[in-house]
Design a protein around this ligand. Structure first.
Ligand code: MN3
Length: 229
């Protein structure tokens, strides 16, 4: 998907995640906040024809090579677009109660147990000061790492591939949970669709070589013309 970016459809009803995430929060989060990042990303890329052929993910991967005039907008709105695209896919009805197969094995190997993993991610997301995200991501060695980022900063800006993220901006939970972020984080595990998470992991693990090659080429190309600006 490239410019102009359009708001991805939710794929399920706003009330599908009740009672864990309420319908009103889902509606505002998707149709106002996510739509806002999408529109603002398009506005930021208006007139930048050379940037328009790339995906939002590619722009974030090569954030440091972007013209400085668009960096803040891509960081906030490109990050917002990509983060929410992932978020609204992984929170979805269905899926098993716990991860299975390779995903389960990697979580056990990396964190000791599923409970230890959940505690670590909830801790990272829960202690992020202000607005941000908690992440399960793959580093460049293909290992799992858990961490948080501020605002809409994407793990891709630092070379990580996010497997899933939990949004801890107040707009994600305040209507139902007010200041009780830990309660929202507990509820989050009930709406995380482990099948979608496993699918994300399989896509990354299944295609690192072509993906990394494409990214490398992109980096060379974007640096070539970015230097001339
Ligand atoms: Mn959000």
């Amino acid at each position: 998907m490239s410019y102009p970016f359009s708001l991805p459809e939710l794929g399920y009803d706003y009330d599908a995640l009740e009672p864990y995430i309420d319908s009103k929060t889902m509606e505002i989060h998707h149709s106002k906040h996510f739509a806002g990042y999408t529109n603002n990303l398009n506005a930021a890329l208006e007139g930048h024809e050379k940037l328009q052929k790339f995906s939002a993910e590619q722009l974030l991967w090569h954030f440091d090579s972007l013209p400085t005039s668009v960096q803040t907008a891509v960081r906030n709105n490109g990050g917002g677009f990509v983060n929410h695209k992932l978020f609204f896919r992984v929170i979805a009805p269905g899926g098993p109660e716990a991860p299975e197969g390779m995903l389960a094995d990697m979580i056990d190997d990396s964190f000791g147990s599923l409970d230890a993993f959940k505690e670590k991610l909830s801790g990272a997301a829960g202690t992020r000061f202000g607005s941000g995200w908690g992440w399960l991501a793959l580093n460049s060695f293909g290992e799992f790492e858990v961490f948080s980022t501020a605002n809409q900063d994407s793990p891709m800006m630092d070379g990580y591939v996010p497997v899933f993220g939990v949004d801890v901006w107040e707009h994600a939970y305040y209507l139902k949970y007010q200041n009780r972020r830990p309660d929202y984080l507990s509820a989050f595990w009930n709406v995380l669709n482990w099948d979608v998470v496993a699918d994300n992991l399989a896509r990354v693990i299944g295609g690192p070589a072509p993906m990394l090659k494409a990214l490398e080429d992109f980096g060379k190309e974007i640096r070539k013309w970015a230097d001339k600006l």
